[in-house]
Design a protein. Sequence first.
Length: 422
Amino acid sequence: MKKLIALICFTALLCGCSNSKSSSEESSSESKDIAPVTEAASAVSDDEYEKNAADESWREVYKEKVLSLKDSPEYKENIYFSVYDINNDGCPELIVNTKNDNDMKSQIFQCEDGKLVNVAEYDTSLWCVNENGVLLRFGYDEKADENYTDYISSGNNYNTILSARNAFKLVDNKEEYTYFIDGEEVDEDEYNSKTGSLGEGFTKELGFDFALNDKEINAVFDKNGGYEKAYAAYLSSVQDKGFEEGIAFSLLDINDDDVPELFISDGVSPFSSVIMLTYDDGLRAIGKFGSYGSISFDKNTKVIHTSNKSMGYTSGACITLTKRNKLQLDLNYMENSGAVESDGSEDEVFYKMNGVKISKDDYYNTIDKYTTNEQYSLGRDNDLSDESVKALEEGKYKNPELFDPETVTEPVQSYDYSQLQE
């Protein structure tokens, strides 16, 4: 089997796909064809989506709101924003996140008939499941000593459609969990069955994509001469914040729309992630994920591969970028053979695909369908410096090179950007 090297750690939260399915779902699969987690949902038809996307009245309305926050006497460097199409209808929302000490406030705004409308407000941060437009709101109820997740419908006036809570305590040194759905206690199987489908897909945090400074605001809202200037402005803003050391970036068009995406790495440690952005007449944040400062993209299958090995467990995912600039989770997989073999335990070796146990052969054959020997490692092709930012603004940057995932790639080097060709 073609090996997937451990380029990034894709957490269960970002995948938004539960591995703790009910016992009835954990039987071996007889099918050798594993279906994707879910297809990306759309609130409207393609024609209506394109019509909505062509209406850019939101651009000035949202920019005016963001500038008012920036210029207000109460402004501190603790307000961030996102422009993101939560419900897949072609009209992006404005999400503003304010954090003061231990307090958090997330606000969602829409543009209706050229006017700004505050449609929802919460006292926690928010995550969006791309495939179905459901918002996730996580928190901890200190009084009840319970963790909670609210599932919020973006297509139903942002009403909570399900509230899930769980709590655990130690009894004779063993963890015991209690589960609640909409205030009623349920068993683990019912809890998982009711929450599973709502949270399946690629999950993106909202409200923290951009800071309130002129470079990022203009890059988001102004049609400023193409992706080169928008990307350069954002990277220059990163420099202004003092985050230059260890930062690197790559550019590659991964969804064949003639606009390369920008991948920014914040280091090479196991905890170093990759910020992914694109340009659509303005800067758009796609997501933040990964580890070791890079992600892997397959040239032939057009799939982003994520894989991580830790304590004998191997987990990962296969993700695609849609034409609507949304990440879509195709596969989520995990196996524990290394852990069982290393400690000599009597635990069962399992191979799971999308939370369902399958045979070892089906497991590896399915991953092979998404994997070839021609891949790019994205995130660390260009080091962040004044020279690289200036070169990028002029359309010059080092292109990523193909590698065979069975080999080990060389670490990033510094380059003479004056010698780069457009």
